[in-house]
Design a protein around this ligand. Structure first.
Ligand SMILES: [Zn+2]
Length: 201
């Protein structure tokens, strides 16, 4: 005897679809061009950079969106690059500041050293804040990635009845997910996210 994938609500099979198939149907990809701008460093100083990039957009129907497996990963590369660029400024001022401090005849006290380091330290604040922001994003991404196999195990075994607008599992993939019991898309999402530990993200 195989799995009973009749809808537990209407007891029919004709409008039942597996959730992975539902999401594959509800997704399409398009390509386009986006304008980007930023600031670069050249020998003559900071220069504006404007260019175009080919981007890939994924369109999702609202039903497929309700059946998403979890939060999307947040991009970190750009934030890290900006942080590294911002770090150049304090590093460039550090050498001359130390050279001035070591100049003969200058007072070499703790106070004058702190005064010397003040400007590079102040200039480093935006860089440090940006890099810390990128680090917390990477940690968030790591948590999302850790939860994905658990989310997938629950998500991929579910079915959806288009007549009733309800999802169900023919068998319980993990404890806490009920077998043959219809749930709304919201409840479905809650169960998947709960299995992956995404609720306190
Ligand atoms: Zn049904």
């Amino acid at each position: 005897m195989g799995l009973d994938i009749n809808c537990p609500q209407c007891h029919r099979l004709d409008l039942v679809q597996s959730v992975p198939a539902l999401c594959a149907d509800g997704m399409s990809t398009s390509y386009g061009t986006n304008l980007y701008s930023g600031v670069g460093i050249s020998t003559s100083g900071l220069v504006p950079i404007v260019g175009t990039a080919t981007i890939e957009r994924t369109h999702t129907t609202s039903l497929a969106r309700a059946f998403e497996r979890g939060p999307a990963l947040v991009p970190t590369g750009r934030l890290t690059r900006i942080g590294v660029l911002l770090l150049l400024m304090p590093l460039l001022t550090l050498g001359p500041a130390i050279a001035a401090f070591l100049e003969p005849g200058q007072p070499r006290t703790v106070i004058s050293f702190i005064g010397t380091m003040m400007m590079p330290a102040l200039l480093a604040i935006p860089a440090v804040a940006t890099l810390l922001g990128a680090r917390s994003r990477r940690r968030l991404n790591a948590r999302i990635a850790r939860g994905r196999p658990h989310a997938h195990a629950v998500w991929s075994t579910a079915f959806y009845c288009h007549r009733c607008g309800l999802a169900f599992w023919p068998y319980s993939p993990v404890t806490g997910v009920p077998a043959r019991q219809s749930v709304t898309p919201q409840q479905f999402r809650w169960l998947v996210w709960n299995a992956a530990g995404y609720h306190n993200l």
